[in-house]
Design a protein around this ligand. Sequence first.
Ligand code: TXE
Length: 479
Amino acid sequence: MNIKNYINGKFVDPIDDEWIDNFCPGNGEIYGKIPNSSKKDINKAYQAAKKAFPAWSQTTLEQRSRLLIKISELLEDNLQQFAEAESLDNGKPIWLAKAVDIPRAASNFRFFANAITQFASESHESVGQDAINYTLRQPIGVVGCISPWNLPLYLFSWKIAPALAAGNCVVAKPSEVTPMTAFLLAELCMEAGLPKGVLNIVHGLGSTTGQAIVAHPDIKAISFTGGTATGAHIAKIAAPMFKKLSLELGGKNPNIIFADCDYDEMLTTTVRSSFANQGQICLCGSRIFVEASIYEKFKTDFVKKVKQLKVGHPSDPKTKVGALVSKPHLEKVLDYIRIGKEEKGEVLCGGKQVKVKGYEKGYYLKPTVIEVPTDDCRVNQEEIFGPVVTIMPFDTEDEVLKMANKVEYGLSATLWTNDLKRTMRMSKQIQAGIVWVNTWMMRDLRTPFGGVKNSGVGREGGLEALRFFTEAKNVCIKY
Ligand code: TXE
């Protein structure tokens, strides 16, 4: 199926008529073409957004909120179609797309539809000066949203919903590897009655289309989720134009397990936090540190459970681990497994490609556990972003804290313990934007989301997202 750009309320071909192939990870075959849009297409999208902005920014909160809720309802009505498209495009098991990804995208629209109606700004009385200050939170204008392939619609909507709710018009680009559900979303926006030009969805490669959004002088804010190297590149382009930036980048998250935890719950969740979505979630706990007294037991139990995970075609309801997103990505992950062995890591399970019957050209990999000799080896330091985790033991809290923090990233961390004092101590000291204690990926959309160090700058979610997509203006009135 070929997809098109959605600009000014219409589906259009790219101006230069350039296209790229879209591959299906489940069988490795080309199943459609997508536009590789140029600067000209981005400018066309920008012009449409600019034209739509005055009217859109003046809609009442209720009008905006109703429209976003309508989109969320339409997504729920079309759950099956969207889940199938997401699974086909990304390789994730269809049950996962149906249970998590698409419902979460619908929640994003509903959440920001409601959040905007509660978005208050502060006022300050300047006592003794007969003056009052209040803050206006005004939409920025035309903003750019660039999203990745791992949670395609979930992360696309996580950006465009707050941007639209806050009264901006948007030029958005989903990943060229997984464009399908963003394309389908455009149809729902039309059906919901979103005015033309308010949301423009332009497809293409990062280096052409993405870069054209970032380099466009009049797109004043960029919300980006993707790789750390790309984030740094974007920051360089955006800095001389003083654009507002929100960068949600990579992670290499520690999963720290103490002997006093609820063992069974920890074990089940750790399998999930390691391999959910084929390990392609920036929040996955890819470095597992286990207190020495339970290390051998954990190693045996964990590897046993991991070996039971069924690798299979994304459409098979029994599949727990689907296909990796692309051939180059599969090769990158395989390369890391090779590096892990060279670094004297022991592959306790997995480590190999899987041929799924009937889909031999698909990008399947066995979930892999590598026991590493030291924490500073590359597989323990660099983001692999696939179904690969490292494990190693630790003796003391201080030791594990040092290892947990000794990476360039700082997105999330998971802590398994029933010791309250330790929880409080460690939560403060772990260098991460999110710390989960005795759980993983429990998300409340009101909470700030983002990382420290090379995991990015800025926070998404709740009020943070609405603040990002608005400019604060102080008005001081002397009376
Ligand atoms: O991401 P890219 P890639 C990590 C993960 C992965 C690595 C590379 O480790 O292996 O990044 O993945 C657009 N200007 N994460 O190469 O390239 C691109 O088209 C503007 C973590 O697929 O960063 C896509 O829409 N945009 C991550 C988006 O950026 C550009 C999720 C992300 O792609 C651009 C994905 C440019 N110059 C990968 N170059 C997470 N944080 O969850 C690319 N893009």
